[in-house]
Design a protein around this ligand. Structure first.
Ligand code: SF4
Length: 384
């Protein structure tokens, strides 16, 4: 255990933390305790009991670890929450991309490299930089032990309630859309965590929430997935339908998905706090050139090899070519019919996957009987 002699050292290390964090590509860091999260446990249990997690069985499997950082990583005395903005263009420009029904809309976080890899590498670099700085300052709580403190990094890759932990550290508040919000940064950022045994001074924070009476994300969600404040029915969420769901997309929801082919940003795009969204500075999240042109007909024509080559290193790769085609077929079914879209779909009618064929046939039928899409692009709140 550190002695009082270590107190000035820990304060100095804490002072250096923000600078080291920024050098690693993150824009903010906060330090909190690894307390159990009883409120989060109640919320999670209720959410699971209502079946809102759909096919995401992994959410239920490690529920007890999610709400107890010390059980997940014994010895943890501090949780460092960091964030990294990823926006490359304004929310207003993203809204414009939603308005062209012949283009596929991809969630802004997925236009570049897979954030899991990028954040993990940078979190590990940050830990190493912190360990070097601690060693330089003379951190050595036990002469028989290594001068390094231990640390484990997480980025949406283990049973960690990131938003809850970030909120506990003072990095923001959970918005009614269930994502973390900050008054100076909006919500277009990734979160990462470092669980560590070095007792850095804790950041003071308030528990203030700043959604007020606003309900824009609830009322403008295309599929009505935010069924109440802080309650997301993932089974209706377009991010779930296009990414997590392996099988057939419910027909009743398909017309509401518009041209969103991988994820959805609508609840963030309409949020007034994203007037203050920060732009990403890490090149990895720049839009890959293969996605510069996202004409649905072109994307549907990619074969498996082209899909894998064009999206190597992208988070989109994880859904596989079959679900990629499924999603694009739905978007084409929602677009105004033209000769090209019918021809592109017709070429996929003989695809070996029954899942693809079923969605392609649905789209073709829809273009013949109801050519106009029912989904709408949301309007921006004033100021965006
Ligand atoms: S849109 Fe309104 S209610 Fe929803 S998260 Fe933003 S401020 Fe909160």
């Amino acid at each position: 255990m550190p002695s009082d002699l270590h107190t000035p050292l820990l304060h100095q290390l804490k002072q250096d933390l923000l600078e080291l964090t920024r050098q690693a590509g993150f824009d903010q860091v906060r330090v909190g305790k690894p307390d159990d999260l009883p409120a989060a446990r109640n919320w999670l249990e209720t959410w699971l009991a209502r079946g809102f997690h759909g096919e995401m069985g992994f959410m239920a499997r490690h529920a007890h670890l999610r709400t107890s950082p010390q059980r997940l990583h014994p010895g943890t005395v501090r949780v460092l929450s960091v964030r990294m903005p990823y926006l490359q263009e304004s929310p207003g420009q993203a809204l414009k991309a939603l308005e062209d029904p012949h283009q596929g809309y991809i969630s802004r976080y997925a236009l570049g490299r897979d954030y899991h890899q990028v954040l993990r590498q940078r979190l590990q670099s940050l830990v190493q930089a912190l360990q070097r700085r601690a060693q330089d300052l003379g951190w050595h709580p036990d002469a028989s032990e290594t001068p390094h403190f231990s640390a484990r990094v997480f980025t949406d890759s283990a049973p960690v309630l990131e938003v809850e932990l970030a909120q506990n550290c003072g990095l923001g508040w959970r918005g009614k859309h269930t994502l973390l919000l900050d008054r100076k940064a909006g919500s277009f950022f990734f979160l990462g965590e470092i669980f560590t045994d070095i007792p850095l001074p804790i950041d003071a924070h308030s528990n203030a929430h700043h959604c007020g009476t606003c309900t824009r994300c609830l009322t403008l969600c295309p599929t009505g997935a935010i069924v109440a404040p802080y309650q997301l029915d993932a089974r209706r969420c377009i991010s779930y339908l296009t990414i997590e769901l392996k099988g057939s997309i419910p027909e009743s929801l398909r017309p509401l998905m518009g041209n969103r082919i991988y994820g959805c940003d609508d609840c963030q795009l309409v949020c007034p706090w994203n007037r203050f969204a920060q732009y990403g500075t890490v090149d990895d999240f720049a839009r890959r050139k293969e996605l510069d042109t996202t004409t649905l007909c072109d994307l549907l024509s990619w074969d498996t090899n082209t899909f894998q080559q064009n999206l190597a290193g992208s988070p989109i790769l994880r859904i596989g070519h079959e679900r990629w085609l499924r999603n694009i077929a739905v978007a084409l079914g929602n677009a105004p019919a033209n000769i090209r879209s019918r021809a592109a779909l017709a070429q996929r009618q003989s695809h070996p996957s029954a899942l693809v064929r079923e969605h392609v046939n649905w789209a073709l039928h829809r273009l013949q009987t109801a050519p106009l899409a029912q989904s709408r692009a949301p309007s921006a709140p004033s100021g965006i």
